[in-house]
Structure formats: C-alpha cells, structure tokens
Design a protein around this ligand. Structure first.
Ligand code: C2E
Ligand code: CA
Ligand code: CA
Ligand code: CA
Length: 277
C-alpha cells in the first residue's frame, strides 16, 4: 500500500511538472507572439437598445498561434498577467483601438467609441506612455476611448486607483465597470468613483426570464445605475427575449451574440455598414 501511494505521488508530481512545463512553453510563445505579430483585435458591437444603433464597440484580443490556432484570451490573459507581459500586450491593443476609432469616427460616426479592457496588473504597472499622453501625442480626443476595469480593482488601493482614474477622466476617457455584480463587490465605491457605464455580467443575463430573480436583479441594477448617473450595458445578450426584457427594464445598451460575435475590423465594417442605411 505504501509503495502504491508513493507511485501515485510520483504520477502527481509528474503531472504537475508537465503542467508547469506547458505553462513555461506558453509563456515563451506569448513573449514571441508580441513581436511576431500573432495578435489580432476583434471588435464586438455595443448596441443602443432603444434605437438599435451602434456607436460603440469593445476591443477583444485574439491570438493566432502558429501551431495551436486561435487561443482564447481566457487561456492566455491570466498567464500574461502573471508574467507581466500584459503591460506590453495591453499597450498594443490600446494603440490598435486608438487607430481604429479614428478611422471609424471619420467613416461612420463622429462620436464612435471603442472600449478597451485594462486588467488590474496594467493599472498598477507604469506603461511606457500613459493612455492620456498617447492620445495627446496622436491628437486623438479622449472621448473616443472607454476603459473597462473590474470591480475588484476599486476595492484595493483606493487612493492610487482613483488618482489614475481621475487622470483618465481629465483626458476625456470614459470609465466602465466590467462584470458588474460578480466577485467581491461593495456598492460603496460607486459613490466614490467617477464612472460612466456599468456592464451587467453575462451570468445575470444568461437565465433571464419573466419573474426570475435575475430579472429582478437586472432591473434593480438599472434603476440604481441611472439614479447615480451611469449608463448600463448588458453583456452576453443572446436571445431577443433577453433583449426585450432588458430594453423594457430601461437598459441602455446590449452586447452579445444576438447582435454579433466579436469580428475582425473588415467584417465589423460590413456589419456596421448595413446598420446605417
Ligand atoms: P470580458 O471583458 O468580460 O469580455 C466579454 C467576453 O464575452 C468576450 O470573451 C466575448 O467574446 C464574450 N461574449 C460576448 N457576447 C457573448 C454572448 O452573447 N455569449 C457568450 N457566452 N459570450 C459572449 P473573450 O473575447 O473570449 O474574452 C474573454 C476575457 O478576456 C474578456 O472578458 C476580458 O476579461 C479578457 N480580455 C479580452 N481581451 C482583452 C484585452 O485586450 N486586455 C485585457 N486585459 N483583457 C482582455
Ligand atoms: Ca470587458
Ligand atoms: Ca465583461
Ligand atoms: Ca469577464
């Protein structure tokens, strides 16, 4: 019995070793990917519910791995955060988004906006050039960009984070709270921070139906957000039934497969072109 136990332990450590090696391998690939140009940015429309119009999109990174094919951000963003590579990758995404919004403002609508995710690691680490500085260098108005941050970030290091957010706000950059309602949330930060949008997490939208607790929660979030002066974006809208319930509850924007999946820029333009006719 003792022997078998030791054997199991051996297998266990071998598996752990393999997992650690795989991670190191992926981290190495990730480092190469930045310079080898293997990243793409896809854009998902954020649709105004009352009018059906689209003046906003979220930038979502995609990794075209030479052997593995498309790797989901869910599989490499955490690793990029642990290794600090997220700072470099995040800067690249941001610059792509800035270029893109300039194009789409002249091509589609002068107030077009692109949302860019910024992870806590990125907010804490200094970048080579800050977002406000970069926008100024490029002569791009800050209101072309919205930064999406998660709630958890607002709970720790309040003073520092608030200073950074204020610098964003001074530059005209709008602020969205991503995945609202998940994780360790506290409502107190909603009155402390200058926020423009709350994004209701997909987990509340998934099982929406008449007379469900999830609908009650969405309705309450929308009322609260509006009283505080924020707009609401519902994430993960997949069915017209979900859209209708949210629209009836006064939700401002919807994002999800019902409208469109995240698309490469050229396909996004085709999708959008039809909408302005
Ligand atoms: P997120 O910011 O919450 O982004 C929304 C995710 O939901 C995206 O997954 C999007 O493709 C997916 N989604 C959109 N509509 C639907 C729907 O109707 N149903 C379902 N089931 N899913 C939907 P994606 O692109 O795989 O990104 C996953 C996460 O990776 C993002 O979650 C975000 O946290 C992170 N991420 C993506 N791009 C970046 C980036 O450039 N920088 C940073 N820091 N994080 C990023
Ligand atoms: Ca997001
Ligand atoms: Ca989200
Ligand atoms: Ca998320």
């Amino acid at each position: 019995a003792k022997y078998a136990g030791r054997n199991r332990f051996n297998y266990f450590t071998k598996d752990m070793q393999k997992a650690a090696q795989a991670r190191m391998h992926l981290a190495n690939d990730l480092r190469i990917a930045v310079t080898a140009g293997q990243f793409r940015v896809h854009y998902q429309p954020i649709v105004e519910m009352c009018s059906g119009r689209t003046y906003k999109a979220e930038a979502l990174i995609r990794w075209q791995h030479p052997e593995r094919g498309m790797v989901s951000p869910m599989d490499f963003i955490p690793l990029a955060e642990e290794t600090g590579l997220i700072v470099l990758i995040g800067e690249w995404v941001f610059r792509q988004a800035v270029q893109q919004v300039v194009q789409w403002r002249s091509k589609f609508h002068p107030s077009f906006q692109i949302s860019v995710n910024k992870s806590p690691v990125q907010i804490r680490h200094a970048e080579s050039v800050s977002w406000p500085e970069y926008l100024e260098q490029q002569h791009v108005s800050g209101d072309g960009i919205t930064v999406e941050i998660t709630e958890g970030l607002l709970l720790d290091a309040e003073v520092e984070i608030n200073k950074k957010l204020l610098r964003f706000r001074d530059a005209g950059i709008q602020v969205a709270i991503d995945d609202f309602g998940t994780g360790y949330s506290s409502l107190s930060y909603l009155k402390e921070f200058d926020i423009d949008y709350l994004k209701i997490d997909q987990s509340f939208v998934r099982n929406l139906g008449p007379e469900t607790n999830d609908l009650a929660l969405c309705e309450a979030i929308i009322v609260m957000a509006h009283k505080l002066g924020f707009k609401v974006i519902a994430e993960g809208v997949e069915t017209s039934a979900q859209h209708d319930l949210l629209a009836a509850a006064g939700c401002d924007y919807g994002q999800g497969y019902l409208y469109s999946r995240p698309l490469p820029p050229d396909e996004f333009e085709q999708w959008l072109a039809g909408k302005y006719d």
